[in-house]
Design a protein around this ligand. Sequence first.
Ligand code: SF4
Ligand code: SF4
Length: 452
Amino acid sequence: MAPESQAPAVYGIIEQICQPIPGQRVRLVEGPEYAILQACVRCARCLPVCPTYQETLLEIQSPRGRLALLRAVEEGRLFLDEVVEAHLYHCLDCRACNVVCPAGVAIGESIVAGRAASAVQRPRPWWLRMLLENALGSPRAAEWAALPLRWAWRIGLIPLARWLSACFPRLKDLLDLVPYPAPSVRRELEGRPSSSEARYRVGFFLGCVMNAVYGDVVRASVRLLERCGCAVVTPPDQVCCGAPQDDQGLRETARRFARRNIAAFEALGSLDAIVADCAACSGFLKEYPHLLADDPEWASRARAFAARVRDLTEWLEAIWPEDLVPVAEGLRVTYHEPCHLSHVQGVRRQPRSLLFRMRGVMFRELPNADRCCGSAGIYNLTHPEMSRRLLERKMADIASTGASVVVTANPGCLLQLEWGARRARLPIRVRHLSEVLEEALSNVAERAAPGV
Ligand code: SF4
Ligand code: SF4
């Protein structure tokens, strides 16, 4: 037989040999534990809370469907190929499913582990790795990246580009998403003297987006902590928390960042808490024990570190002095819950409780307050259509409250909701909880000043 005619047959045999054998367990490096996947009893309780399932009504876009995909891979019935990988990335990692699952399946964590396993087999795109490993690998790099953006705003380039792109909706959408970065705050915090008389000594975790884009929010957070009796210390060696890297399958990078952060905060000595004003950061810092569970040198250090981590809203609510009364007469406010605060950390009551402390505030509960706004890390860039659908729902809910301010506690949500307000031409301000509280306390100080 001629070699040419043999070739297709040989390829066929090779393909057959390479096919996974049903019934055989496939061990995925970094993959989810098979026992966790097996725990799903297919009850469907997670379907109504999953935003991607609700939008598509497709089983493959549901928590249960994604677990079934991973189980098929680990049972050797499917390859972890580009198609499976794409389905795993359709998930928002909002963890709404985790909260309702009666079998306690760690659904979100398993899906993210599936992404990590896939990244071991097929490296993530070079540009993504460059962004997540280098630009976010040092606070200085993130600050440098924000500089040209600030100048583009100052000389009017961004508003001009937005106006010129009116005929190109996708480009316009992208430009509408570009924030105005406030001056970064890192150096200011690192050199800030802290009082030795304070009731609490708190280590401040400075998220990279908070530092590079929302410096003014961080200033407000630190002032609030100090008003509540905290000495705030910010270690110079901290880096990104690792959440964006882990979300994109770069688990080893996330581990590297986690070790650096643990060491940076250990060097500060005794702390009452490690506080972050970014819900995604505080949520991920609490997950360090899971991330470093198999590292004998770091596992116990990660547990000690995570035990002291508090989201800013959680910490402030616990220590807020009774005689500190913010005043916000007539402010109509609603609250959007960041997924990584409500679903990941279970912090739901505390942000509302802080808002209720403001005298004169008119609080309007947001329908579906804990449904994802579609930001989800870089999901709004990688899955613009689904992200926009979720954002439109969110903006309609916000509009229905009649509030003039929507408050949240996560930079991704801030960016997304600001974008949504611009797109929907909604006359509403999007603020971080720290800004609203600090402003309300400054009102009191201003009123008190003449009589002092
Ligand atoms: S709620 Fe839990 S057990 Fe039920 S289908 Fe969803 S993942 Fe499976
Ligand atoms: S994490 Fe969110 S998007 Fe992903 S499966 Fe669960 S509910 Fe759905």
